[in-house]
Design a protein. Structure first.
Lengths: 231, 301, 312
């Protein structure tokens, strides 16, 4: 029975969310290219990724400015206010993830063209990367549809990433004694680390989604603590 | 050794020693926990309303209001027009008695005493519970006589000049008018007139100040001055304010009650009901009722 | 160089001038119909006021001219006499002043009190209040001679039996003008904004305190106007005084409430009745004196009202 009021404001808010969530898509795209560059040792593609980070930074600035404007002009409260706070966190995570991709891309040329590699490690890294892509898609969906259960489930997927990270660490130590491969190994360890951080960022986005819905901060249990002794 | 390095390697540091059980959340924090106005068990109550309903003749205005108002807080009543906020606030100082057709049912306790008890004199009630109205209504007298009217009528002891000065200082008006106390009150600007009315109200040293949309007829700067004044006054008096300006309620109040309009089946009668009453911060960051959410976000009028 | 005739510039200038002229024309152009209507209306209003003023001027002027020969101090100091040369208005003036003094003394408390009671202390809805309302308005329209007969029956004789005295005249005239005072005072009290009363009550004042200290002071200018109107009416009333035994041939000055009396309108009326031409002159002079007394009393009252209004 009641009319919708503040239509312009609601539209602005929806647009803002779209732009912010679109940042996640940019990251997924960039990550895909990064993984390809990694897998096929494509230095030119790596350079492209590095240069293209400007796009993600630009998106960050745009969303940040829109948030400031909306806060100043529309005085959002309640759910709208929580949404805007969450979007600020979200876009920061996006920007960081973009930087992680750049970090990975920077490591690719360093390893040299004919450097010996460990196929297992490479396979793990690619799997990690694909898993992170999936996580990002899931995080975006959780946020967009305000689905708390899907958001909480992200932690499970991140466990996979964390386990793979541990696995990479183990493999890196294994080849650490080989003079030819250990430099490559250490670089790949850094790649694994960057991917693991991206996974955590995806989980953070899920936490923000839960905050928007419930108003509570939930820190999802994570698997950074080892379940069982390794070694 | 690998375990240690793994620990150092990972960024997250958990507070707990043992890994949490599957499905158990580590922390869930309510942001409001970090601010005041949450715990009400230790606060003194000024008013206790139980199922207060008011009707004018056959037409109901407000139904079944139950809430407590606490001492030295600013309590705001918000809601769309016609939801009975003014009617409700006028129950608190028995101004509804002046309307012949008004009928009030339910229990209204003031510091534990029934405000509508048979032996209670409404005139005495109003000496303790003062009111500031929507449109400034200074008397057609001098500024001095405006302030002095209350104390004179009540037979307050003491030097009248001192009483007047204290009241004007309390209303942040003294410096502006101290040189023209004998001039006509109508010569003041709107914001000054309203502050004069506030000074007049506090001159009789009440316990509670009721404000019925005190700033709606004023410009933003005067409104800001009066809002600042409320923060000062809150130290001595308990304040209940009706406002249709939500941002104002958010700015000045500690606790907010949201009333909504209900219609009966024939849509002839409309009355107000309390939907939610909570700490202001909660109402404006995470309200419990979706109707409150819609109203404070401005999505429903 | 610039002296060269540039057709584009010239045309542009003409176009601009034309456009400006058109705008100015639209802004200042009032349709002829409206202009005529306005003038006719203003003229009619002027005519109305002219008629009123001219009428008044003719009245005063005519009497002034006719009564001029007798407008001197003798007029005011001589008592009543059947000889035109000795006749004067002294007793009449004293009588009028005595009567008006008591009238004012009565109408203020009774009239204002009634108005307060009707406005503040009765519910507008009650049938009784509405009956009183209607009756007061009727009373204001009753012909004044009726009041004279009323006074004769109940005040001079009957229950009060006060005889044909000054006080009888005062009571009767009071009854005559009371409705005016009540009606005007009530309007004045009504026009005090309810917000003032609310503000006073909200401070913890009783109804009585609010009425005495807020409503009445604010209503005084209006009430004063009512009193002025009442005085103006009463001072010129002749008919009600006749049945009350206002002897037209009183040789003494009225000395107090209990004494016999005569009044200015009566004496003037009596003079008009006399056949001698000199009495007509006296009558005209008497009218001027009556007007002078009225203006004096009203001016004093208006001055009082203004002074009170300015105080706050």
């Amino acid at each position: 029975m009641s009319e919708r009021t503040r239509v312009h404001y609601q539209e602005e808010l929806e647009q803002l969310e779209e732009r912010a969530l679109g940042g996640i898509d940019l990251v997924v795209e960039t990550l895909g290219r990064t993984l390809e560059a990694l897998e096929h040792h494509d230095v030119e593609l790596a350079e492209l990724v590095i240069a293209d980070d400007d796009r993600i930074d630009g998106r960050y600035l745009e969303v940040h400015q829109s948030i400031l404007t909306l806060l100043a002009t529309q005085g959002p409260v309640a759910t709208d206010l929580r949404l805007i706070a969450a979007l600020l966190h979200l876009i920061k995570s996006v920007e960081r993830m973009g930087d992680q991709c750049v970090n990975i891309a920077k490591l690719i040329p360093l390893t040299g063209h004919d450097a010996p590699q460990d196929e297992r490690m490479l396979a793990d890294l690619v799997t990690m990367g694909r898993q992170v892509k999936a996580l990002l898609g899931q995080a975006k969906q959780a946020f967009a549809s305000r689905d708390v259960e899907v958001a909480r489930d992200l932690v499970r997927g991140d466990d996979v990433v964390d386990n793979l990270n541990r696995e990479c660490f183990r493999l890196a130590i294994e080849i650490g004694d080989e003079l030819e491969r250990r430099e490559w190994g250490m670089s790949m360890m850094l790649v694994a680390r960057a991917l693991e951080r991206m996974g955590d960022n995806a989980v953070d986005i899920g936490e923000q989604a839960v905050f928007v819905v419930t108003g509570l901060f939930e820190e999802f249990e994570d698997a950074s603590k080892p379940r069982a002794a390794t070694g | 050794m690998s375990e240690l390095t793994e620990e150092r390697f990972s960024e997250k540091t958990d507070a707990e020693e043992a890994p949490p059980a599957p499905g158990e959340r580590a922390i869930a924090v309510q942001p409001g926990r970090f601010h005041a106005a949450g715990d009400i068990s230790s606060l003194e109550k000024v008013f206790e309303l139980e199922d207060i309903s008011v009707s004018y003749g056959d037409a109901p205005a407000v139904k079944d209001v139950t809430l407590d108002i606490y001492k030295q807080e600013v309590t705001a009543l918000i809601g769309p027009s016609g939801c009975g906020k003014s009617t409700l606030i006028r129950c608190l100082n028995r101004m509804n008695d002046l309307v012949p057709t008004a009928k009030v049912t339910g229990r209204l306790l003031y510091h534990g005493e029934d405000l509508y008890g048979p032996k209670v004199d409404p005139v005495q009630v109003r000496k303790l519970i003062g009111m500031v109205f929507q449109k400034p209504n200074p008397f057609p007298k001098s500024i001095y006589d405006n302030i002095a009217f209350g104390p004179r009528i009540l037979g307050m002891k003491g030097d009248m000049d001192e009483i007047v000065e204290k009241a004007l200082r309390g209303a942040a008006l003294w410096d502006e008018v101290k040189d023209r106390l004998d001039s006509n009150a109508f010569g003041l600007s709107g914001g000054q007139q309203q502050r004069l009315c506030i000074a007049r109200c506090i001159a009789v040293e009440p316990d509670v100040i009721l404000m019925d949309e005190p700033c709606s007829a004023l410009d933003p700067i005067s409104t800001g001055k009066i809002e600042d004044l409320m923060m000062e006054l809150k130290r001595e008096f308990s304040i209940v304010i009706v406002t249709h300006n939500m941002q104002q309620a958010a700015r000045v109040s500690d606790r907010t009650a949201f009333l909504m309009v209900e219609l009966d089946s024939t849509e002839q009668n409309r009355w107000g009901r309390i939907v939610e009453y909570d700490a202001t911060e909660k109402i404006f960051t995470n309200p419990s009722d979706p109707r409150t959410e819609d109203y404070v976000s401005g999505k429903v009028g | 160089m610039s002296d060269e005739f540039n057709p584009r510039t010239a045309r542009a200038e003409i176009a601009i001038a034309g456009a400006r002229g058109a705008t100015a024309g639209i802004l200042s152009d009032q349709p002829r119909r409206d202009v005529i209507r306005n003038s006719v209306f203003a003229s009619l209003l002027f005519l109305a006021i002219t008629i009123a003023l001219v009428g008044l001027a003719l009245l005063i002027g005519d009497n002034l001219i006719k009564g001029w020969p007798r407008l001197n101090m003798d007029l005011l100091t001589n008592g009543t006499s059947s000889l035109p040369d000795n006749a004067g208005l002294h007793s009449a003036i004293i009588g009028t002043l005595w009567i008006m003094a008591f009238v004012i003394l009565f109408i203020i408390p009774i009239g204002v009190g009634t108005a307060i009671f009707l406005e503040e202390y009765t519910s507008k809805q009650s049938r009784w209040a509405r009956a009183v309302e209607v009756n007061i308005q009727n009373l204001a329209a009753v012909p004044s001679i009726i009041y004279g007969l009323l006074g004769l029956a109940f005040v001079a004789r009957g229950p009060l039996s006060l005889g044909f005295t000054v006080i009888t005249a005062s009571i009767t005239l009071t009854l005559l003008v009371l409705p005016i005072v009540i009606l005007v005072a009530r309007e004045a009290i009504r026009s005090v904004p309810p917000s003032i009363k609310e503000g006073s009550m909200a401070l913890g004042a009783t109804r009585l305190q609010t009425t005495r200290k807020q409503v009445l002071p604010a209503a005084i200018p209006g009430i004063a106007t009512g009193v002025i109107l009442a005085i103006s009416r009463a001072i010129g009333e002749t008919a009600p005084l006749i049945p009350l035994g206002a002897a037209t041939f009183v040789t003494y000055d009225p000395s107090g409430p209990a004494s016999g009396f005569t009044a200015l309108p009566l004496v003037i009326f009596n003079w008009v009745k006399q056949p001698q031409a000199e009495f007509q002159v006296l009558a005209a002079a008497g009218i001027i004196v009556l007007l002078a007394v009225l203006i004096a009393m009203n001016s004093f009252a208006i001055w009082l009202r203004n002074r009170y209004e300015q105080r706050w």
